[in-house]
Design a protein around this ligand. Structure first.
Ligand SMILES: C[C@@](CO)(OP(=O)(O)O)[C@H](O)COP(=O)(O)OP(=O)(O)OC[C@H]1O[C@@H](n2ccc(N)nc2=O)[C@H](O)[C@@H]1O
Ligand SMILES: Nc1ncnc2c1ncn2[C@@H]1O[C@H](COP(=O)(O)OP(=O)(O)O)[C@@H](O)[C@H]1O
Length: 289
């Protein structure tokens, strides 16, 4: 038997860091939402008792370092599953980009294998297992829009934000999430207004969402990589309503509601940035409006 899963990317509409914890992680508050840019994962039963990992992208490991492999391994060991599976990733989401591609692949693998192996786990149980793999995996299990706290694994679901286009531009640099957190000066941050962001989403106030976007990790990544600031400036100049870096970066996203303005920004950015996408916010979990 075979299963095809969609693994959508996320953006952080708002990302705040409250303090550094004794365990080395940072206590965060983030509003996250899924976008219509997704990897495709094929899960196929194979003979034997192995996990076979297939990836045709040179930046994506095809062994136990892959987060999807780790997801399968945890389920297999914890629930004593004596069956083989091959996991094939068709990579669409840019890698090491602040879009949670690896976390989303892990989440889709957990959800798919839960079905394929008839494990009967709830979303909450899958999210708890996912958070052992990475801080963003729990959010990716639920999808949609959520406030994430703790190190990112405590999820409170939110309604979908007002509909709009998301234009993404990724400069040709990779950013290490742990480097960004390590260089963060937690006492010198300009905190975004998380409550105003959540209220704007609940009230379907598009201008409010735009006005309250903020990401404290920009203070590190923009200094390390000035080209990210340059892309932000260009996106604003071409007419985006609001512009922000996603996660630890380096991907920059801009929001816009009008189709013609989206097209103008997209065409403008294509002139000097290789990886540019224009997608819709999904905002609600698949199948739920
Ligand atoms: C910054 C964010 C925002 O959504 O996303 P990305 O930019 O990676 O997409 C997340 O917080 C990233 O989540 P994720 O990529 O799953 O992080 P993990 O694998 O758990 O951790 C990678 C490293 O980042 C640091 N880390 C991560 C999360 C956190 N709350 N505090 C931390 O200090 C730790 O040093 C950890 O070793
Ligand atoms: N399935 C996967 N897809 C992408 N990267 C993966 C995957 N599994 C492991 N990785 C590793 O995780 C690193 C971060 O990848 P990714 O999840 O795309 O970025 P981010 O954490 O910025 O959202 C990559 O450099 C890659 O080596």
């Amino acid at each position: 038997m075979k299963l095809l899963m969609k693994a959508p990317a996320k953006i952080n509409l708002s990302l705040d860091v409250l303090y550094k914890r004794p365990d080395g992680y940072h206590e965060v508050e983030m509003v996250m939402t899924t976008i219509d840019l997704a990897d495709r994962i094929e899960l196929a039963e194979i003979k034997g008792n192995q996990i076979k990992m297939v990836s045709h992208n040179r930046f994506v490991p095809d062994d136990e370092r892959n987060l999807a492999f780790q997801a399968a391994k945890i389920l297999k060991e914890r629930f004593k599953v004596n069956r083989g599976v091959s996991i094939t990733i068709d990579k669409v989401i840019p890698v090491a980009a602040g879009l949670a591609g690896g976390s989303s692949d892990a989440a889709a693998t957990l959800k798919g294998l839960n079905q394929l192996w008839n494990l009967g786990l709830t979303l909450d149980e899958l999210a708890r297992i996912g958070s052992e793999i990475g801080s963003d995996v729990a959010f990716c299990i639920y999808g949609g829009t959520a406030l994430a706290r703790g190190r990112g694994e405590k999820i409170e679901r939110l309604p979908a934000p007002p509909n709009c286009w998301v234009i993404l531009a990724k400069p040709t640099i990779g950013v290490s999430t742990s480097d960004v957190y390590r260089n963060l000066k937690v006492n010198e941050l300009q905190h975004p207004n998380m409550k105003a962001m959540i209220d704007s989403i609940v009230q379907q106030d598009y201008e409010g969402v735009c006005k309250n976007m903020g990401n404290v990790l920009e203070s590190v990544t923009l200094k390390m990589h000035p080209e990210v600031q340059h892309i932000k400036d260009q996106m604003k100049r071409f007419g985006a309503d609001a512009v922000l870096m996603s996660g630890s970066g380096p991907t920059v996203f801009g929001l816009v509601q009008h189709d013609s303005r989206m097209q103008r920004i997209y065409n403008g950015l294509r002139g000097f940035c290789d990886q540019v996408y224009a997608v819709r916010l999904i905002g609600a979990p698949e199948g739920i409006v």
